[in-house]
Design a protein around this ligand. Structure first.
Ligand code: NAP
Length: 298
């Protein structure tokens, strides 16, 4: 892998991803808004750049993994951003979850400088980032996808080219529609079982392997009945993704009834100060409506 890689955004996901790139022998330069978070990766052998522009000037491939749409715009289009330093022929890969529409606008600005862009959002949580087992859904030019593949393989396992620029972000939003509506189904089922005075563990065991089975039921159902609200993915970040789904649905003129219901249920939990809890705490919104408390008596 002879191309030089720059990585912007050393949060929960970026930490694991950068360590896996280094382990694969990548020549790596990093930048993070809060410099102290770069200590571990610099100690491990990465170089530090003082600004995103300086990083872009030194690198052939620039990866971003920051929180939300305005944050990607800040590090790419802002003062001293990637756009200010990028070389013609360079490739920007955005692995954050952001607006598909904004993705295409950012790509157009990069294209004016002769640079390429892929959107490559991820699924698999902090554990997948650390283990290098992320699912990566990629939108953009196939030649650039092939160019990026060795770097994707250092960070992930299921790597899928899904279409043109913005398609990666759209598929990630599809993923989130499925995740939250399945989460609502699990929540409603657990409150229903509680109201029926059922043994919740036996109920889970009875229904998990049949037609009602799902990752959410098997992994988050037990956490719900144990009232373990530690986050794999926080309500606040989940809510950001649902806002992106609803914005895209509005732009396309398509109803998103289930997603808007879950969006509003999460909003009630955020208003109660629960935004940093895991997304399976969705069940608490139904508990508040019903008066039943899942796991009482377990
Ligand atoms: P995180 O731990 O909160 O880290 C966010 C990163 O973005 C930090 O490096 C932060 O810098 C940087 N950042 C935020 N706003 C910025 C700005 N305006 N300018 C410059 N840097 C900025 O988040 P994460 O969990 O790593 O998530 C990153 C992305 O991956 C998000 O889009 C998220 O939806 C997505 N994702 C997360 C998961 C998950 O399970 N965590 C799974 C799949 C996808 P500072 O260090 O200075 O704050």
């Amino acid at each position: 892998m002879s191309e030089k890689v720059g990585f912007i955004g050393l949060g929960i996901m970026g930490q694991g991803m950068t360590h896996n790139l280094l382990k694969a022998g990548v020549d790596l330069t990093v930048w993070n808004r809060t410099r102290s978070k770069a200590e571990s990766i610099v100690t491990a052998g990465a170089q530090w750049a003082d600004t995103p522009a300086a990083l872009a000037h030194q690198c052939d491939i620039i990866i971003t993994c920051v929180s939300d749409t305005p944050d990607v715009e800040a590090v790419i289009l802002g003062e001293d951003g990637v756009l200010a330093g990028i070389k013609a022929g360079a490739l920007v890969i955005d692995m954050s979850t952001i607006s598909p529409h904004a993705t295409r606008e950012i790509a157009a600005k990069l294209a004016e400088k002769g640079a390429h862009m892929l959107d490559a959002p991820i699924s698999g949580g902090s554990e997948g980032a650390a283990k290098g087992t992320l699912s990566i859904m990629v939108g953009g030019d196939v030649v650039q996808f092939d160019r990026a593949m060795p770097f994707f393989q250092a960070m992930g396992k299921a790597i899928t080219h899904v279409g043109e620029q913005g398609a990666g972000q759209m598929v990630k939003l599809v993923n989130q529609v499925l995740v939250v509506i399945t989460g609502l189904a699990v929540s409603e089922a657990m409150v229903f079982a509680q109201a029926g005075s059922l043994d919740l563990e036996k109920t889970l065991a009875a229904v998990s392997q049949g037609a009602a089975g799902s990752w959410m039921l098997s992994n988050r159902g037990p956490q719900m009945i144990q009232r373990d609200w530690r986050p794999g993915f926080t309500i606040d970040l989940q809510q950001k993704d649902l806002r992106l789904v609803l914005e895209a649905a509005d732009q396309m003129g398509v109803p998103a009834l289930g997603t808007s219901l879950v969006f509003n249920l999460y909003r009630t939990l955020q208003q109660q100060g629960l935004g940093s809890e895991g997304n399976h705490a969705l069940v608490k919104a139904l508990e508040h409506l019903s008066g039943f408390r899942v796991g009482d008596g377990v």
